[in-house]
Design a protein around this ligand. Structure first.
Ligand SMILES: [Zn+2]
Ligand SMILES: [Zn+2]
Length: 318
């Protein structure tokens, strides 16, 4: 049967066109992220924590080679495209394979000489199937309401990232709907953790938002707020260092919605990796906490209680 080409098909066929979507490649994704965290940990004020995360991401990389999630139902794809909705909202479609990944991560983390970690690992190991699925939903929705959720969230999230990246990697660019608003992941509806201006090949010089859950990247023009899509009042702020402002990671601030999200520049540092660079630039968040701009979304490997995040726009003073 002959099929009518959709706009996405035509773009995907034309390899000179800039990509709209960059689907994750889990093997290289986690390897590059772990290497970046280990590199950034050197002489860093929170170096030990970044080293721990580098080991966690390396465990994600190992687990990524063992999972195989099911291909999504074509009817779901068609419906999402018809309604300009994200394909498979994460909290409503949790592949149960994440539980096996969690067990693998727990086995690796058992070797950590970290006393604070031990009770979290045993609590996660003791949870039954239903309790784990409920935890996954709370983590994905950012509703850490149960005791112990805050400590368990980064480890649960690490396991979830592996299966969601695997699932996204099995899609084709033409499957991904054009979503409105364009500020959530078109695959899993999660918030972007940061954005990245990429170098090389078709993506050179383009800015992509990077999903904190499934690591899909979607194109958004530069100097546009990644939280409210305003093109007015967008400015950049960086950390001053001995050699001037460090421009490899900047906070993109918006005077319309009073939020900020970081942008990592590969043209300033080719190894920049959005999630790792966001964690390694925690000092920039401390600086931003003194401004009227609130962080648009949290880093999935560093969940915080709601009260600890930056002031809401309604309480902000101009
Ligand atoms: Zn996603
Ligand atoms: Zn905005």
């Amino acid at each position: 049967m002959q099929r009518i080409l959709q706009p996405g098909d035509i773009e995907a066929l034309d390899h000179t066109q800039p990509p709209r979507i960059r689907l994750p490649q889990p093997a290289s994704l986690f390897a590059e992220r772990a290497a970046r965290l280990a590199q950034k940990a050197q002489g860093h004020p929170i170096g030990e924590y970044l080293q721990f995360l580098a080991r966690l991401v390396r465990a994600q990389q190992q687990a990524a080679g063992t999972v195989q999630t099911a291909a999504p139902d074509p009817a779901l794809i068609a419906r999402a495209q018809q309604h300009s909705m994200p394909l498979l909202p994460a909290a409503e479609h949790i592949p149960t394979e994440w539980q096996g990944v969690l067990d693998q991560l727990l086995t690796t983390l058992k070797n950590e000489e970290n006393l604070a970690l031990a009770p979290v690992l045993s609590a996660l190991a003791a949870m039954n199937f239903e309790a784990r699925q409920a935890l996954a939903r709370r983590v994905l929705l950012g509703l850490l309401t149960e005791p112990g959720d805050l400590a368990a969230a980064p480890i649960a999230m690490a396991a979830l990232q592996v299966v969601f990246a695997d699932r996204a990697s099995r899609l084709q660019e033409r499957d991904i709907p054009y979503t409105d608003p364009a500020t959530v992941c078109p695959v899993c509806a999660s918030a972007p953790v940061a954005s990245v201006q990429r170098i090389g090949a078709r993506a050179d010089g383009l800015r992509f938002l990077h999903c904190g859950t499934c690591a899909t990247e979607w194109h958004m023009v530069r100097v546009k707020c990644s939280h409210c899509e305003s093109t007015e009042g967008v400015r950049y702020q960086g950390l001053e260092g001995a050699s001037g402002t460090d421009e490899s990671v900047l906070a993109e601030t918006c005077d319309q919605c009073h939020h900020y999200r970081k942008i990592a520049h590969q043209d300033k540092d080719p190894l920049a990796e959005p999630l790792a660079d966001d964690l390694a630039s925690l000092m920039l968040d401390l600086l931003m906490a003194e401004t009227p701009y609130a962080r648009a979304s949290l880093n999935p490997l560093l969940p915080m209680a709601e009260a600890e995040s930056a002031p809401a726009p309604s309480t902000a003073t101009p």
